[in-house]
Design a binder for this molecule. Structure first.
Ligand code: GLA
Length: 508
């Protein structure tokens, strides 16, 4: 053992610091139809320190604070949109350099992403100088100058429908989308307002010789699929992004924006989710907003009304500019997952964004997880109530074909849906917080919605006075939207709210 350690130390100190200098390259096969990941690092060494640059088809990051210690290196990568740098480490063994994230994998779009057992990718040195291939570097024409686009008249209430990602991710295909459309129509979801059937990432193949986007084998005929979905009285949505690749490393719309918008219009697409992800590999921070406007303009020129959904996780105060680039909704956060903490942190953190929401332009705290099994029915009722108080898009993300009765009751609660879809289009906000209990209000075209949320581990008795919700009538009409009954509550209302639960009222 002692010999082995001595031998490793010897090997470690055998790396002359300058050997790290130059360009290193690695390629990892893409998973299930996605493109291979090619990543390049350039390191510029001075003594035992180094700086540099990382580029791939999906990202571009500065390398900073690099330190060499024998054959081990540590450094940070800083992307234009990340608040904090990612901490990285590496090891040189002969001709090989392995790189991995410290306590993680280097973040979204960074090298080495993936699930399951993690083997750090191996880089090989390809040049002693900076040698990034020309086709990896941005090559776009200047983006159109910013100008505020007028509203497109769509999404006058928050969009409702279904999206494939939360349940199916890369397993979505033509058959499952058709079956989902059938189930949305037959379950009553369509008639309750869930009309968009949205295909998320992983439908894309490459492009033909003329640059037209192609579908992969999971979607043999997108026009026929759109026709089928339309025949059910539903609308259909699709997914792309401003980068070369999507988040799951499929072909995206970089430098083909107008062409793709026309293709989608010809297929009969009604909704586009446009996801940034890999666009950090081709655009600077200054180009972020113009890149979203470019697709906004392309959709306007496509000849078909298409709802435009921005997905860039709330970066750069998207509420300030999302509508002006043509957006009908914009994500305000990272991805939701089917857990109470994830849903509650995202949902309750939306307070304060109400100034950006209104008919035609909505904050999007991500899709629903209701029915995916990771929360209790009580928690899913809170999810549904909170999203409706927020005037959030209601995009279900479960397998509609196998939906049980309790989930159906939650998603099809028309009294709660009516709060979300209220035509005044106000987003609700918190009016009081007592520790883990929160009281929220949403002004309606007539009256207000009031929600009593208990985020605590135990049931809690909660009281709301109508005066604090801005209701001036001493004895207003009060209706419990989950119990489906009117309540006598002059002046105020006291009720026990279950742990992680909600009591949602309409008061007028
Ligand atoms: C990102 C988005 C998700 C989903 C995936 C698809 O993570 O935020 O909603 O679209 O990409 O790859």
């Amino acid at each position: 053992m002692r010999n082995l350690v001595a031998c490793m130390l010897l090997l470690g100190s055998a790396l002359p610091a300058a050997d790290l200098g130059g360009t290193w390259f690695m390629e990892q096969a893409g998973r299930s139809g996605s493109q291979a990941r090619k990543t390049y690092y350039y390191f510029k060494v001075e003594g035992n320190s180094f700086t540099g640059q990382m580029v791939s088809y999906t990202d571009s990051r500065k390398v900073q604070n690099g330190k060499i210690d024998g054959n081990a290196i540590t450094f940070e990568t800083q992307g234009a949109f990340n608040d904090r740098p990612s901490q990285m480490r590496g090891e040189v063994n002969g001709d090989d350099l392995t790189i991995s994230g410290v306590g993680g994998r280097g973040g979204r779009g960074g090298p080495g992403g993936g699930r399951g057992n993690f083997t750090p990718p191996v880089y090989k040195k390809i040049s002693a100088t900076m040698a990034f291939p020309a086709d990896l570097l941005p090559n776009h024409k200047p983006l159109p100058p910013l100008k505020a686009l007028p509203p497109n008249g769509l999404a006058l209430t928050p969009p409702m429908g279904w999206n494939s990602w939360n349940k199916f991710a890369g397993r979505v295909d033509d058959k499952s989308v058709r079956e989902m459309a059938d189930a949305i129509a037959s379950s009553g979801m369509r008639d309750a307002g869930y009309v968009y059937v949205n295909i998320d990432d992983t439908w894309e193949a490459g492009r033909d010789a003329n640059g037209n986007i192609l579908t992969n084998e999971k979607f043999p005929d997108m026009k026929a699929l759109a026709d089928y979905v339309h025949s059910k009285g539903l609308k259909i949505g699709i997914y792309s992004g401003p980068g070369r690749l999507t988040c799951a490393s499929f072909t995206a719309s970089y430098d083909h924006e107008e062409q793709d918008a026309k293709t989608w219009a010809a297929w009969g697409i009604d909704y586009l989710k446009y996801d940034w992800c890999a666009a950090s590999g081709v655009y600077t921070k200054e180009e972020h907003v113009p890149a979203y406007q470019k697709m906004g303009l392309a959709l306007r020129a496509s000849g078909r009304p298409i709802v435009y959904s921005l997905c860039q996780y709330g970066w750069l105060d998207v509420g300030e500019w999302g509508a002006s680039v043509g957006g009908n909704l914009w994500r305000t956060t990272g991805d939701i997952s089917d857990r109470w903490d994830s849903m509650a942190n995202i949902g309750f953190n939306q307070n304060g964004r109400e100034k950006y929401a209104g008919p035609g332009h909505w904050n999007d705290p991500d899709m629903l997880e209701i029915g995916n099994g990771g929360m209790t029915d009580t928690e899913y009722r809170t999810h549904m109530s909170l999203w409706s108080m927020l005037a959030a898009p209601l995009l279900a993300g479960h397998d509609v074909r196998t939906m049980g009765d309790s989930i159906k009751e939650i998603l099809l609660n028309r009294e709660v849906i009516a709060i979300d879809q209220d035509k005044a289009g106000h987003q609700g906000f918190r009016i009081r917080q007592d520790g883990e209990q929160e009281v929220w209000k949403k002004p309606l075209a007539e009256g207000v919605a009031v929600a009593l949320f208990n985020r605590g581990k135990d049931p809690a008795k909660m009281t709301v006075k109508w005066s604090e919700a801005g209701v001036t009538k001493a004895n207003p009409k009060v209706r419990d939207l989950w119990a489906h009954k009117d309540i006598e509550a002059p002046g105020e209302y006291t009720v026990e709210v279950p742990s992680h639960g909600v009591v949602m009222l309409k008061v007028n």
